[in-house]
Design a protein around this ligand. Sequence first.
Ligand code: MG
Length: 159
Amino acid sequence: MNLRIGHGYDIHRIVPGRPLVLGGVKFDTDYGLDGHSDADALTHAACDALLGAAGLPDIGHFFPNTDPAYKGIDSQALLRRVTEELRARGWGIVNLDLTVIAEKPRLFIHIDAMKAALARSTGLPAAAIGLKATTNEGVDDIGRGLAIAAHAVALIEKT
Ligand code: MG
């Protein structure tokens, strides 16, 4: 068996006065996600799906939120490092399928920009990255605009 599948999930609280970064794209909002890094929940979910597929520990193991080295870090740097960790163990990425759940802002028109950023970080063609943006239809704290969550599935192959 040369294929492995992995799943990732992340959620971050929305807070005022932080930059909002999702999928490597910075949004022009007066609110952002709380977190030690740039708090890019979508990219963190992608990292965890890739690490999970390779049977590796999660993103918190590789990039502890107690380590000042990762304070405010661009999560694309984390995704590049995850891609390198997999490559070093003989794993190549086949595809990523991602869903981001946000009541605000409207993400639809930024899908291609996020896919392009994630493609740069992983070395994947944009066509190998699925990315859906949905709302939570007003339900629960995501629906009330208090948090943004993301799910990710990754397929990797032994190279
Ligand atoms: Mg996170």
